[in-house]
Design a protein around this ligand. Structure first.
Ligand SMILES: *Cc1c(COP(=O)(O)O)cnc(C)c1O
Length: 404
């Protein structure tokens, strides 16, 4: 061993693992592994949820203008530029009739991911329980762990062709140690959109048990069946809800990482306390462009939704024809399937060999569960891709039955 190597800490340096206990088990995400597999095999990647076409030209041009004009090239204000905070407040008013003061009730973040992490770091004490719907978005588990909280999953279960929340199970999950409910609707990975009645029941529970709510609404504009209702709009919820969204999915600009938080001054100021020591600020010039994006006319939002609805239908038909059981995706970028009709029951093994067998990458939803057995036979496919790519994937998947 050279002197240089000796200076690099090893994985077992000082007799303990390099990665701390809170993050043990969070080494690499499934997306990295599956995307590497896609590259190695040349398969079509329907694993990770990012669009394969970029968002509106005029919004990208707005970012270029901001860069050229010297707007946002230096640290923007800690809470975000006033133009974007104003645009977020207007968006909440325009789509949901929710009034927020851009000065004190809006915070701009490095995507929804930072907003989620900062909210949990701000609001959770070690030992507090955090309820999250399972299967859950992968950053939730890590963010809860970093905050020292205890994750309490409530499992969404498939019934009659779609996933459902069992409100009794949710009620039973609340204990005296429950601090908050981390709610995601429209829900990734299942495509579930909670109804007004379900959300009203969730709100009543939060009020009755005096819980905070943190809501992840990044797919708010991608609802194909039903309607999106922010939890903050239900009685008693405005004062106890941190509402999170992001420009990534709404404007097909997932690389820009411009997200936001709305809530009462007390909640927003708590989240900001954590956020300022994570990134402080980010994405200066992009903030100007997203302020313009949020003000796009209704046509933009309608076209986005209808375009994705058509692609959902295209992929769902292909998967059904290939022999999968396809669950109804009322919203998001994703369709979840059951592989048991194909004679398989282990989603992980299925996804690891799928690229070699038919040239398509998908994600086993088992990795989004604490109760791995509850998620074993389910596989998620992303449909936020060009129609010709989805048609090609559907054609390839038609051969899957013979390979299981
Ligand atoms: C994509 C996604 C995010 C991350 O949003 P960013 O703005 O890219 O950080 C958060 N939550 C869910 C459910 C997502 O699918």
């Amino acid at each position: 061993m050279t002197a240089g190597q000796a200076a690099v800490p090893g994985a077992q340096d000082h007799g303990r693992p390099l990665l701390n206990r809170r993050l043990a088990g969070f080494g690499t995400t499934i997306f990295a592994e599956m995307s590497a597999l896609a590259v190695r095999t040349g398969a079509i990647n329907l694993g990770q949820g990012f669009p394969d076409t970029d968002g509106p030209e005029e919004i990208r041009e707005a970012a270029v203008r901001a860069l050229r004009d010297g707007r946002g090239n230096q640290y923007p204000p800690g809470p975000g530029i006033p133009e974007l905070r104003g645009a977020v407040a207007e968006h909440q008013q325009r789509f949901y009739g929710l009034g927020y003061d851009p000065e004190t009730e809006v915070l701009i973040t490095a995507g929804a991911t930072e907003a989620i992490a900062a909210s949990l770091l701000a609001l959770v004490e070690p030992g507090d329980e955090v309820i999250a719907l399972e299967p859950y978005y992968d950053s939730y588990a890590a963010s809860i762990a970093m905050a020292g909280g205890t994750r309490v999953p409530v499992t969404l279960r498939p019934r009659d062709g779609a996933y459902h929340l069992d409100l009794d199970e949710l009620r039973d999950a609340v204990t005296d140690r429950t601090r908050l409910l981390l709610l995601n609707t429209p829900h990734n990975p299942t495509g579930t959109v909670l109804s007004r009645a379900e959300l009203a029941a969730v709100a009543e529970l939060c009020v009755e048990r005096d819980l905070l709510a943190v809501t992840d609404e990044v797919y708010e504009h991608l609802v194909f069946d039903g309607e999106h209702h922010p939890l903050a709009g239900f009685p008693g919820m405005r004062e106890r809800t941190v509402t999170i969204s992001s420009s990534g999915k709404t404007f097909s600009l997932t690389g820009w990482k411009v997200g936001w938080v709305t809530g009462t001054p007390a909640l927003v100021s708590a989240v900001r306390s954590a956020k300022q020591y994570l990134t402080y600020v980010s994405a200066g010039p992009f903030q100007y462009a997203i302020a313009e994006a949020l003000a796009l006319p209704d046509d933009y939002y309608t076209a986005l939704r209808e375009g994705l609805r058509a692609r959902r239908d295209l992929l769902a038909a292909g998967l059904r024809e290939a022999g999968f059981e396809v669950f109804r995706a009322a919203g998001t970028y994703f369709i979840t399937t059951d592989i048991r009709p194909l004679g398989a029951d282990d989603g992980v093994a299925f996804c690891l060999s799928l690229p070699e067998r038919v040239g398509v990458v998908a994600v086993p939803t088992q990795v989004f569960y604490d109760h791995a057995e509850a998620g074993a036979p389910y596989v998620r496919f992303a449909f936020c891709k060009r129609e010709e790519v989805l048609a090609d994937a559907a054609r390839r998947l038609r051969g899957v039955a013979g390979t299981v």
